[in-house]
Design a protein around this ligand. Structure first.
Ligand SMILES: Cc1cc2nc3c(=O)[nH]c(=O)nc-3n(C[C@H](O)[C@H](O)[C@H](O)COP(=O)(O)OP(=O)(O)OC[C@H]3O[C@@H](n4cnc5c(N)ncnc54)[C@H](O)[C@@H]3O)c2cc1C
Length: 419
């Protein structure tokens, strides 16, 4: 019987595992709760009306159409029967496996305050991005009709919680939208007066970058008109705004970019987890006591980066996916030796706005317009397919030269009231 590899999650890790298994004598089943693979690094650009959804997502089925040994199933996994080696689906379905790769990622988390989510949505899925875009654009629309100055000011105040790469990218993109792209479109409001406030509880933004790059990003965001509040944690989020430290701030759009929570993979296979719910895996990425189960990417934690935890970024998930695929292939060739995973860090990137980005390669650090062009080229390179590369490059060049964002569409309900 052909060895059956079940991969749960067709994100960066799961897809890399499937790709690396090409040519190995296995049959593969990919299960994902969504029908598309998503390029999350550019999600914020869908949320801020730069790109359309179809430019950063691809049907999984289509991506693996030439690999006849791969079956793709749309379904939500709710558990794993480790004794009988079966994956359990929410509709009662089961899928048997010989090897199992759990690559189910993470979602944003609210530090125990899930009640904040309706007021401060996070960014993880295409639906999140279009909902955020809708919120931002609706707020400008409402402000255009609002006559009360305080209410109008709240509608034109955009708060981003969390100063990591996603928060920084969102803040820069919203400031650019409000201060550069939209002013001509409105008659009663001056969108240049919109406030974009980035709140970070720690002492600096981009804490995973070198301090001088953080400082550069800070100054660069401020030049774009972003207000940065450091050292005060958000204590409350409501429909009327936030309280950070002891300060209230009236704002109708609050976006959450502050914390993540791993999928339930650790619980499915009975593994210990860290504070963010990430499964603690063995050095070879297997689940303790279950060499046939691998847990990878954002849903796992492992100190395999010179003794430090591997970061929750796409290249790490990809490297882990490739590693487990090679382990499975070697086992099938009779080599059962455990192969410890070692993470190789190529660099950290974040864009701050038009012509400004930071790249931390470790020994080499790049900032400014050169980093911005490198960031753009790297992202275009990692997109899948020529059509999307051309479409994204064209959208960026169009905005760069004309300032017009073509994706300023309010969808999913057109009402001016409610969210
Ligand atoms: C807004 C944002 C910006 C980011 N920017 C960058 C960046 O610039 N650079 C970078 O390197 N990284 C970035 N990241 C992080 C990067 O996207 C993740 O580290 C990477 O996606 C992790 O890959 P993964 O395979 O572990 O999980 P994911 O890519 O998240 O894939 C998980 C998959 O599992 C599926 N799934 C989840 N639960 C289930 C279930 N129960 N049943 C079935 N399927 C399930 C999901 O639908 C999804 O397709 C960003 C992340 C976000 C959210």
């Amino acid at each position: 019987m052909t060895h059956h590899v079940v991969i749960v999650g067709a994100g960066f890790g799961g897809l890399a595992a499937a790709q690396e298994l090409a040519g190995t004598d296995v049959k593969i089943t990919i299960i994902d709760q969504r029908n598309h693979h998503l390029f999350q690094p550019l999600l914020y650009q869908v949320g801020t009306a730069v790109l359309a959804t179809s430019e950063i997502a691809w049907p999984i089925r289509h991506l693996v159409r030439k690999r006849k040994e791969i079956t793709t199933l749309l379904g939500e996994v709710t558990g794993v029967d480790t004794l009988n080696r079966r994956v359990l689906l929410d509709d009662g379905g089961v899928v048997a496996y010989d090897s199992l790769v759990l690559a189910t990622g993470a979602r944003h988390a609210y530090f125990g305050h899930d009640e904040w989510e309706p007021h401060a949505p996070g960014l993880k899925t295409l639906e999140d991005a279009t909902a955020i875009r809708r919120r931002i654009l609706l707020s400008f629309e409402r402000a255009e009709r609002e006559t009360d100055p305080d209410a109008r000011a709240a509608l034109l105040t955009f708060v981003i919680v969390g100063g990591g790469p996603t928060g920084v990218e969102l803040a820069g993109a919203i400031a650019e939208l409000a201060h550069q792209n939209l002013p001509e479109d409105y008659r009663r409001i001056d969108t240049r007066k919109a406030r974009v406030v980035l709140i970070e509880a720690g002492p600096r933004i981009l804490p995973s970058f070198a301090p001088d790059l953080s400082a550069y990003a800070h100054a660069s965001l401020q030049r774009q008109g972003v207000e940065i509040q450091l050292g005060r944690a958000v204590r409350a989020c409501s429909a009327d705004g936030v309280i950070y430290g002891d300060r209230p701030l009236a704002a109708k759009v609050i976006l959450w970019a502050a914390g993540v929570r791993a999928s339930s993979a650790a619980a499915w296979v009975g593994l210990p987890a860290d504070a963010a719910g990430r499964a603690k895996v063995e050095p070879d990425l297997t689940a303790a006591g279950h060499p046939e189960i691998f847990v990878i990417g954002d849903t796992a934690t492992i100190s395999a980066w010179h003794g430090n935890p591997v970061p929750g970024i796409a290249p790490a998930a990809k490297q882990q996916g490739m590693h487990v695929a090679r382990t499975i292939a070697k086992r099938l060739r009779g080599d059962a030796a455990a192969r410890n995973f070692r993470y190789k860090h190529a660099g950290s990137l974040a864009t701050i706005g038009k012509r400004a980005a930071v790249i931390d390669f470790g020994a080499v650090k790049v900032r400014g317009w050169l980093a911005w062009w490198l960031w753009g080229l790297a992202h275009i390179y990692f997109l899948i397919g020529l059509r999307n590369r051309l479409a994204v490059a064209l959208s960026w060049l169009w905005i760069y030269f004309t300032g017009n964002r073509s994706a300023c569409l309010i969808t999913q309900g057109e009402r001016l009231t409610g969210q």
